[in-house]
Write a protein that binds this ligand. Structure first.
Ligand code: ZN
Length: 138
């Protein structure tokens, strides 16, 4: 854990947006659901780059990411899954998994290009979606 790292702080957060605890990561529902099903998969330890991980750790993380993507696909039926590992703003390995659905406003581009007002779901609907994702994770 590195002091003042937002992701390290968030790893202890079991708040309403927490989805699941997986072998190498924890999963959180993005508060902004303008793109339905957007979640984060956050590495449990502080590391910045994939090449900072040993091969076993990296493989375990990819397994987690793949498992979450498959669960999102079951729930949201996307045209295409997007996997984004940026870390420019928060340099702690965290993937944005974004199912891109039919009717997407910019299906050819990354979500970052789509200007929009953040769309938080009512809490009961967020809970229902999170429960569906958990069930799909098995
Ligand atoms: Zn961190």
């Amino acid at each position: 854990m590195t002091e003042e790292c937002f992701m390290c702080t968030r790893l202890s957060d079991n708040g309403p947006l927490f989805v699941a605890d997986l072998p190498s990561s924890r999963v959180y529902f993005n508060e902004d659901q303008f793109f339905p099903g957007w979640v984060f998969v956050v590495l449990k330890r502080h590391a910045v780059e994939l090449y900072d991980l040993d091969p076993g750790e990296r493989a375990a993380l990819i397994e987690d990411v793949t498992r979450v993507a498959r669960a999102l696909a079951r729930v949201y039926r996307p045209v295409k899954m997007n996997y984004e590992l940026l870390g420019n703003l928060v340099p702690h390995i965290h993937w944005h998994l974004v199912p891109r659905l039919e009717g997407d406003p910019e299906p050819q581009g990354p979500v970052w290009r789509v200007e929009h007002e953040p769309r938080a779901l009512p809490l009961d609907e967020a809970r229902r979606r999170i429960a569906e994702i958990r069930a799909a994770l098995g």
